[in-house]
Design a binder for this molecule. Structure first.
Ligand SMILES: Cc1ncc(COP(=O)(O)O)c(C=O)c1O
Length: 393
């Protein structure tokens, strides 16, 4: 067998994964082996319209020529460089991040995934406030390492580890009084997704975010905005600042690296300066290749006009889905290219039928499927998606 097996029959690929991976994921029965722009290809050569960008990661789609050339260049130059040394790409990544962050968030801790970036945010909040309690939202998802898991609401992720998790109070999302009541003098941080992704695409209201902001300030607690999923895809780089709420800590991942694993924990100088040296760290974090991915992704999103395009295409997509007038659809909601379609029945058969028809979407809850397309989608992809959905429903 060759060292890479993209050309092997599906059964060989499936057999090896099934034999050697713990059964942690419900598998879909295709092997994706190649991507090009808004399309993915399986091991039989079948083409799929990508309406998921691998859970919101591939903002530029797949194998973008400019991004690929930059990453290849960096691969041939320098890939690893500990943070005790300065590095040209890391410095440029800091400048790129400042170009998309609110001005007050001018310090960046870089890591290698969303959950690690959340873990850092929680550790920073606990270290700076000297408190332990976290306030988060019901239906919220923040990752599955032990700190992030405490903030994540879903019992199926938490149960086996409940006794080990940091004390967290989960309040109803979009209930300003509930969040005001939960934040007190024991609270280190309140952590919220401005748009809940895994929980079923629910948009936070400006009132709710503002109530969290005010209550956190009143009690000297920190506000953490988790923009790992909603970042970059709703018409602006980030949602909370666009809605008038600036947190002390904003967390990004997924699209900020366009496929190369990156986590970003952005914080104010005031918080950063209180962190004792050595209180947190990572060997891989902020490596030159990750830094280059950040630089290229942020540059491409801005220079190609992809914020405005996401907002426009997202509106078109939502209007188009509503206009199909399908009786099975209960609700269509979202912002930009973060869209939830709630059905009056379970979504699994629809997701499967779309896949058969050559379109890949994601589940969110048992009755909501999600669209998180690459930000490069244009009218042609909207038409293609709507035609498939029309047939399938
Ligand atoms: C809002 C949010 N926070 C945190 C995470 C965790 O990120 P990762 O899977 O990279 O650890 C995710 C992943 O889906 C997410 O959507």
């Amino acid at each position: 067998m060759s060292r890479t097996i993209a050309t092997e029959p599906l059964e060989i690929i499936q057999g090896l994964e099934n034999e050697h991976q713990p059964p942690l994921y419900a598998k879909r029965d295709i092997a994706l082996v190649r991507g090009e722009g808004s399309y993915l290809f399986d091991s039989t050569g079948k083409r799929y319209l990508d309406a998921m960008s691998n859970y919101g990661i591939a903002g530029l789609g797949h194998a973008d020529p400019e991004y690929t050339a930059a990453m290849q260049d960096q691969l041939a130059r320098l890939t690893t460089c500990h943070q005790s040394f300065y590095n040209d790409q890391r410095a440029a990544a800091m400048a790129a991040l400042q170009s998309v962050m609110p001005a007050a968030l001018d310090r960046y801790f870089l890591s290698n995934s969303g959950t690690e970036a959340i873990e850092a945010a929680l550790k920073f909040a606990i270290a700076v406030t000297g408190r332990k309690k976290i306030v988060a939202a019901k239906r919220g998802y923040h990752g599955r390492t032990m700190g992030a898991l405490a903030a994540t609401a879903e019992p199926k992720y938490r149960e086996a580890f409940a006794s080990l998790l940091i004390e967290t109070v989960h309040v109803a999302y979009n209930d300003p009084e509930a969040i005001e009541g939960a934040i007190d003098g024991e609270t280190a941080a309140v952590i919220l997704e401005p748009i809940q992704g895994e929980g079923g695409i629910h948009m936070g209201t400006a009132e709710f975010l503002s109530a969290a902001r005010t209550a956190a300030t009143t009690h000297d607690a920190l506000l953490i905005a988790d923009e790992i999923q909603c970042g970059f895809r709703t018409g602006t780089p980030f949602v909370a600042p666009a809605m008038g709420t600036v947190p002390e800590i904003l967390v990004a991942a997924k699209a900020v690296g366009n496929g190369f694993p990156v986590g970003v924990t952005a914080l104010t100088s005031a918080i950063a300066e209180q962190l004792p040296a050595g209180v947190h760290g990572t060997t891989y974090g902020a490596n030159p290749l990750a830094a280059r991915a950040i630089i290229e992704s942020i540059h491409a999103y801005a220079s190609r006009g992809l914020y405005a395009q996401s907002a426009r295409i997202g509106e078109m997509l939502m209007a188009g889905i509503r206009d199909l007038g399908k009786s099975k659809i209960r609700d269509v909601r979202g912002r930009g290219l973060m869209i939830g379609v709630e059905l009056k029945e379970r979504v699994t058969p629809t997701i499967r039928a779309l896949q058969e028809a050559g379109v890949l979407v994601l589940p969110a809850t048992p009755v909501v499927f999600r669209l998180l397309p690459p930000l490069i989608w244009q009218e042609a992809q909207v038409r293609e998606f709507l035609a498939a959905l029309d047939t399938v429903l």
